[in-house]
Design a protein around this ligand. Structure first.
Ligand code: S3P
Length: 172
């Protein structure tokens, strides 16, 4: 199915619940490229879950590990890389992604994010306080920075297939 070639690793950025992992996997399959999830790689390197890393060592420690993992992955072969929602907010990680990858922001509306993140709540940043308020604040803080991504694709509510087609069209 690899009907066109991708010169650099495609790095999916965006908020929790935007569909980065879901769309990333489908995109990888479609383009016949490996898929890798930065959060999973961080957990493997740490030998524990992200929730545990936040709990035991705090967010700054997590961001350090995230930066190193993303640098390592971007130094490797071309693939589809899904990143945690905070990765692109880190100035160093963001520069690495912009220089060495094709950054793609998967943008979604607040209501979609609230719906998707409430199904299974394992995310440390959504533990304390009103879920919708936290996401609304993160949208305010982060969307202006995510907008620096090379490509922006709107996540189609309810259809991963439509979102995938939009991403493919944007990459062509
Ligand atoms: C975070 C998002 C999470 C994970 C961590 C922090 C964030 O990834 O990296 O909980 O700062 O937005 P997902 O975006 O894959 O949920």
């Amino acid at each position: 199915n690899g009907s066109f070639s991708i010169p650099k690793t495609v790095v999916l950025v965006g908020l929790m619940g935007a569909g980065k992992t879901c769309i990333g996997k489908k995109l990888a399959q479609e383009l016949d490229l490996p898929f890798v999830d930065a959060d999973v790689e961080i957990e493997k390197a740490a030998g524990c879950s992200i929730a545990e890393i936040f709990e035991e060592h705090g967010e700054a420690y997590f961001r350090d590990g995230e930066r190193r993992v993303i640098q390592r992955l971007l130094a490797g072969p071309v693939q589809i890389l899904s990143t945690g929602g905070g990765a692109f907010m880190d100035a160093i990680t963001r520069e690495t992604i912009k220089e060495q990858g094709i950054s793609l922001w998967l943008r979604a509306d607040l209501d979609v994010l609230v719906e998707r993140t409430s199904r299974r709540n394992h995310r440390p940043l959504l533990q304390n306080g009103n879920h919708k308020e936290i996401l609304a604040r993160l949208i305010d803080e982060r969307y202006p920075v995510y907008a620096e991504a090379e490509i922006t694709t709107d996540s189609a509510e309810g259809s991963a297939e439509i979102t995938l087609q939009r991403v493919l069209a944007a990459l062509k």
